[in-house]
Design a protein around this ligand. Structure first.
Ligand SMILES: Nc1ncnc2c1ncn2[C@@H]1O[C@H](COP(=O)(O)OP(=O)(O)O)[C@@H](O)[C@H]1O
Ligand SMILES: O=C(O)C[C@@H](O)[C@H](O)C(=O)COP(=O)(O)O
Length: 321
């Protein structure tokens, strides 16, 4: 393990976020947006790289200005972009326009028709690359459509064969899926084969195809399969981790001067994964995730706002109980 080239390789979408510059108003009245790299798995790789992990990425991007913006930015923050595949068939970068109605009411308007990321082909997933990683981070959205679905399933299977840990970030985006039943089938397929699953309570409900699931039922179900560690997030109410040997850990959300809500999940995942990979215990890893999210929700972007280790530890110290 120790001599692997990458701490993690993420697979899925690398896109563009266009975040409202004018706060506290509907998008109809928002005239200016700032551009950032986005897409949940890209955000996680960027966040983890900023924390000092060696990160790589597998994804398809267009051969155009947006694709080059994404590649340049991710390269600059230290993510290896050698396994970006260029789409040459005119497909586009996914766009996420964000609306900040108030610090609590935010929404995302996604433009994801004909997006390059969902056309990653299984033949473009390189086994030798995945073998070089300690961990494969899979985002649920990559399972929404073929051929990206098969590409992700291939990546998971390579990881399993080569003792690369699979971390499944549920990352449910309704827009890309046909219906709840289909989502549940593919989520369950990958969750059951993963080592670690991270998601919100609502995302686990999608996985289980239930309206109001309970953490106890989720834990019983997934621990009868491969996962050893589950993280279930409950927004501002905090988050829980469960281990297969029966332990439960909980942490609060840190106080934050909230500007917007998006970016919380990705920054949480990046810092949680970072802490675990540094050998921190699970309780501490939850706190890293939670503190990282509290920092990002106070800032304008998701990717650019990803904190440093020092910023996370400072917040944890300031708000220690
Ligand atoms: N308003 C908030 N203030 C501080 N921390 C927050 C806030 N909202 C979310 N968080 C933190 O981010 C984590 C993930 O948030 P959540 O909303 O559950 O995820 P997602 O962004 O994936 O929907 C939470 O467990 C919490 O620690
Ligand atoms: O994942 C996307 O395509 C959009 C993201 O880039 C955006 O920054 C966002 O919504 C992140 O939110 P999170 O899942 O709450 O971290």
């Amino acid at each position: 393990m120790a001599n692997k080239k990458y701490d993690l390789i993420a697979v899925g979408r690398a896109c563009v976020d266009l975040n409202a510059v004018e706060y506290n108003r509907p998008m109809e009245e928002t005239m200016t947006f700032s551009k950032y790299v986005g897409g949940s798995p890209a955000n996680i790789a960027i966040g983890a790289s900023k924390l000092g992990l060696k990160c790589g990425f597998i994804g398809k991007i267009p051969d155009d200005q947006h694709g080059r913006f994404i590649t340049d930015y991710m390269g600059k923050v230290g993510v290896d972009t050698s396994n970006f595949v260029l789409d040459t068939e005119g497909r586009k970068t996914g766009l996420a326009f964000t609306e900040i109605l108030s610090p609590e009411e935010c929404s995302i308007l996604m433009y994801r028709d004909n997006v390059a990321d969902l056309y990653l082909d299984p033949s473009e997933v390189n086994e030798e690359y995945i073998k070089e990683a300690k961990m494969l981070v899979v985002s649920g959205t990559g399972l929404a459509q073929s051929p990206s679905r098969e590409a992700v399933l291939k990546a998971v299977s390579i990881a399993r064969e080569n003792q690369v840990k699979v971390v499944f970030e549920l990352d449910y985006r309704p827009y890309t899926w046909k219906n709840a039943e289909e989502t549940s089938i593919y989520y369950a397929l990958v969750a059951e084969q993963s080592d670690v699953v991270i998601g919100t309570r609502d995302e686990y409900n999608m996985l289980e195809n239930v309206e109001n699931g309970s953490n106890d039922v989720t834990v019983d179900y997934l621990f009868s399969h491969r996962p050893e560690l589950l993280v279930i997030k409950h927004g501002v109410q905090g988050s829980y981790a469960y281990t297969k040997d029966g332990q439960t850990f909980a942490t609060k959300a840190y106080k934050s001067n909230v500007l917007k809500t998006f970016g919380a999940g990705d920054s949480y995942a990046a810092a949680f994964i970072y802490a675990l990979s540094q050998g921190k215990d699970i309780q501490t890893a939850l706190q890293y995730g939670s503190a990282s999210a509290a920092i990002v929700v106070s800032k304008h972007s998701s990717s650019e706002a990803m904190p440093t280790v020092e910023q996370i530890e400072q917040l944890m110290a300031e708000q220690a109980e």
